[in-house]
Design a protein around this ligand. Structure first.
Ligand code: FAD
Length: 320
């Protein structure tokens, strides 16, 4: 099928792009086109005007500071993945991006586009939400910051207005004592996940003080569940950290840890509503939630210990 007819504008400045959006009804921003072009081709979207922002200067940066990583609207997934500084300040970005599609799609698709496209099966919306990040939106009326908690309204629906351009997304830095991890199950690498989990764990010494997990491809929205009450005070050891921490070799402690992680999976599931679709049954997704929750929380705990003690832990990164 071919797209329905549309007018095409390629503004050379942000001001021009914003005024094009303000003056047109039924206009759509075109960034990497990796989600929008398939929708046009299948006629699931039929905008009257496409406003291609690829000629707008100043939007392609990946700016890293001690506070976090600011990703410009035209930074491709591959640019963010390649930034060693971004990886240092907020390692969850690279961990999750290595699961986004294939290299050719990451070379073209933008991280900001992926966020505002608001697909609950995509990796970066849930990463933004778990980290408490935000999007900077601009229109002819001015600029505003939209926190991740206010951004995702429904399947493929964000709170960005039709006359706004998301000029950047901000991912806060990893806090001292914190660790992160990401994992997902897909039928083939590069496919959208059947279930994916990102986790953030904070420790004080070897004890958990905070634990949260974010889920993609489970609910209609990217969803974050606070698991601190289940895991606070626990040692959530892995084989690599048991080497670093003699105390965790205790058998009784290991079984308590397993019980706590299983409980975390159950609590997470209670806050989710796994759906059945052509790819998986609801029961299979629920099982993936349990298994991945335990696996990813463990890895995030391991990451937190590794960062605070300098020991070598496991990592879920790097199956690109
Ligand atoms: P576009 O396609 O250009 O736009 C998408 C939507 O966002 C449109 O509605 C557009 O108007 C809007 N938009 C984009 N940028 C802005 C902006 N700055 N301001 C306002 N509105 C904007 N994604 C995953 O997360 N995980 C995957 O596993 C995955 N697999 C894929 C596999 C295939 C085969 C393909 C084709 C795509 C896949 N994707 C996957 C999608 C890919 O990551 C897209 O790049 C991303 O979802 C959208 O980014 P884009 O720049 O291409 O946006």
């Amino acid at each position: 099928m071919k797209p329905a007819p549309f007018a095409y504008r390629r503004p050379g400045s942000l001001a021009e792009a914003l005024s094009a959006l303000a003056s047109e009804t039924n206009a759509k921003v075109l960034a990497g086109g990796q989600s929008l072009v398939p929708l046009l081709s299948m006629r699931l979207a039929a905008p009257a005007v496409l406003v291609d922002i690829n000629g707008v200067p100043g939007l392609a940066g990946v700016e890293v500071s001690d506070d976090g990583v600011r990703v410009g609207a035209l930074a491709r997934h591959a640019d963010v993945l390649a930034s060693q500084e971004a990886r240092r300040v907020q390692p969850l970005l690279a961990m999750a991006l290595s699961h986004v599609a294939h290299a050719t799609i990451r070379n073209r698709g933008t991280t900001v586009g992926s966020i505002v496209h608001a697909d609950a099966a995509a990796e970066m919306p849930v990463v933004l939400k778990l980290l408490g990040g935000s999007v900077e939106a601009e229109s002819v009326a001015g600029r505003r910051t939209i926190g991740a908690d206010d951004l995702f309204l429904g399947p493929l629906e964000s709170s960005l207005r039709p006359d706004e351009i998301a000029v950047s997304a901000f991912f806060p830095a990893l806090a001292p004592g914190a660790g992160v991890a990401f994992d997902e199950i897909a039928r083939r690498h590069g496919d959208y996940a059947l279930c994916g989990v990102a986790a953030l764990v904070r420790v004080d010494g070897d004890r958990v003080t905070e634990a949260r997990a974010g889920y993609l491809s489970v609910n209609e929205l990217p969803t974050v569940v606070d698991l601190t009450d289940v895991l606070a005070g626990h040692v959530v050891s892995t084989s690599s950290t048991t080497e670093a921490l003699a105390s965790t070799t205790d058998e009784a402690l290991a079984s308590t840890t397993d019980e706590a992680l299983a409980a975390a999976g159950d609590v997470a599931l209670a806050g989710l509503d796994p759906a059945e679709d052509i790819h998986a049954t609801a029961a299979y997704r629920a099982q993936l939630v349990r298994v991945l929750t335990a696996r990813v929380l463990r890895a995030a705990y391991d990451d937190a210990l590794t960062r605070s003690t300098g020991s070598t832990g496991s990592t879920t990164e790097g199956n690109a």
